[in-house]
Design a protein around this ligand. Structure first.
Ligand code: NAD
Length: 459
């Protein structure tokens, strides 16, 4: 139990597992009408209880209400409605491309539900990260969701509301920490979608391998920003600072650090100073409702320790209050590659600027490190962005903006290498939870043509 969060018992986990297995086998989730109803009920769950979620996010993360709507409640409602609107076309058997040798076999690909699946969420965007449940429902899977224990108010609310809105034999919330998740991971699922840290991602992938269960890993890492000397610096500063203060920087695709030509650093800093004044005209981001708080003291300790060790120069911010888990929006310039702020994903509102001699140095630094989840480039020159894109690899690539990839339902949200594998959002969530089942139907007369395949063989 943690601050009002009721952990599920080991017996409840076992019975939830049996329940979602039995419901799937009984065919409850087969009819499209059932799936549609559940998708609408899911959207209603969040719409009807919006104020309760606003309060829960305030308690867990000190979240401004706008951010709760923009990043979490709207995201999951929109995904549910999209799946509801698209499900008929998504579930349709797909026609295989025409092939003269095979068309007589009526080749088709059926989108079959995989079965009972497990979704494990992190603390930072508790609803956005479990929104792939919309794809699982549309696919016809039964689902157990394990939200984070670090957002006790949101996770408890989910546990209370799920059975009131959704079929409780098909969609179940299990709450808990390491022990409960370990128990869940010991069971045989047909797919696991995990969002969280790379460290735990390895634990999840290892556990899944025991059952040969396919896994989607949505992990994090350091997402760089590469700035061209001819970029629009005011625009870059406005968008990057927003990406860093949203949810107090606790965003998997937050711009983690900036690589800028050394000769342009002071111009960029000037733009950041201007934007800071526009965002916080009273110079008081500390006021409740302005900036989210760091989710847990352990994370606050980690971020402030990185900040205390930096050898860069603080341009603004640097205010830290442990009791409130507060860290002010902080810009640090003249950061070197071997600085504390460059060692790990910052996951807080601290933004280092690293001056580099040229774009090749930036590209080399990125390639010498783990594949980022997102890579951002700010430039007016298409050749510059193409050069960065063609010479690096990241989960996602965005020019002249940040974070918007997380809102798009038409492109896959996915990592590569150590930032994860598999994808979700929109149809990509649906595709994650279906098996593409190839089907051929052979007519009797085909042996007039294909009879040569039978022994005795001739040359
Ligand atoms: P976390 O890995 O600590 O926790 C995520 C989940 O794993 C929680 O439900 C937790 O209960 C469970 N867990 C923790 N330790 C475990 C263990 N030893 N065994 C089994 N389960 C365990 O992650 P977090 O701190 O909540 O989230 C932050 C991380 O998630 C960051 O690295 C961030 O970049 C990443 N993230 C990625 C995405 C994405 O879509 N790629 C989105 C949000 C967050």
């Amino acid at each position: 139990m943690s601050q009002g969060l009721v952990y599920s018992s080991i017996e409840e986990i076992a019975s939830a597992y049996e329940c979602v297995n039995a419901s799937f086998r009984s065919g409850t989730t087969k009819p499209i009408a059932f799936r549609k109803k559940q998708l609408l009920r899911l959207a209603s769950l969040f719409k009807d209880n919006l104020e309760a979620f606003e309060e829960a996010f305030k308690k867990d993360l000190g979240r401004p209400v706008f951010e709760t709507h923009f990043c979490d409640t709207n995201a999951i409602v929109n995904e549910a409605i999209l799946a509801y609107n698209k499900i008929d076309s998504w579930v349709k058997p797909e026609k295989a491309p025409f092939d003269l040798d095979f068309f007589v076999l009526s080749p088709k690909i059926y989108n079959e539900p995989k079965g009972p699946v497990l979704i494990i969420g992190p603390f930072n965007y508790p609803l956005w990260c479990i929104a792939p449940i919309t794809g699982a429902i549309a696919a016809g899977c039964t689902v157990v969701v394990k939200p984070s224990e670090l957002t006790p108010a949101v996770s408890q609310l989910l546990a209370e509301l799920f059975p009131k809105y959704l079929d409780p034999s098909c969609y179940i919330i299990i709450n808990g920490g390491v022990q409960e998740t370990t128990k869940l991971l010991s069971l045989k699922w047909t797919h696991i979608l995990y969002t969280g840290s790379e460290r735990v991602g390895r634990i999840v992938a290892t556990a899944a391998a025991q059952h040969l269960t396919p896994v989607t890993l949505e992990l994090g890492g350091k997402s760089p920003v590469v700035i061209d000397k001819n970029a629009d610096f005011d625009l870059a500063a406005r968008r990057i600072l927003w990406g860093k203060v949203l949810n107090a920087g606790q965003t998997c695709v937050a711009p983690d650090y900036i690589l800028v030509p050394a000769e342009a650093q002071s111009r960029l800093v000037e733009s950041f100073n201007k934007v800071y004044k526009q965002f916080y005209p009273d110079d008081d981001p500390h006021r409740p409702g302005v900036l989210a708080r760091i989710c847990a003291h352990t994370h606050w300790d980690r971020i402030t320790s990185l900040l205390n060790q930096t050898r860069g120069e603080i341009v603004f911010g640097g205010e830290t209050v442990r009791e409130e888990k507060y860290i002010s929006p902080t810009l640090v310039k003249n950061v070197r590659f071997d600085d504390s702020l460059m060692k790990e994903e910052i996951f807080g509102p601290v933004l280092p600027i690293v001056p580099v001699p040229d774009v090749d140095t930036a590209i080399k630094y990125i390639n010498d490190h783990d594949n980022p989840l997102a890579l951002y480039v700010f430039t007016k020159d298409e050749k510059f962005s193409t050069r960065v894109r063609e010479n690096t690899l990241s989960g996602m690539f965005i020019v002249n903006d940040v974070l918007l990839e997380a809102a798009s339902s038409i492109t896959p949200f996915s990592g590569v290498g150590s930032s994860g594998y598999g994808s979700h959002r929109g149809k990509y969530s649906f595709d994650t939870f279906v098996h593409k089942r190839a089907a051929l139907r052979s007519p009797n007369w085909i042996d007039f043509i294909l009879g040569f395949r039978f022994p005795p063989y001739t040359d």
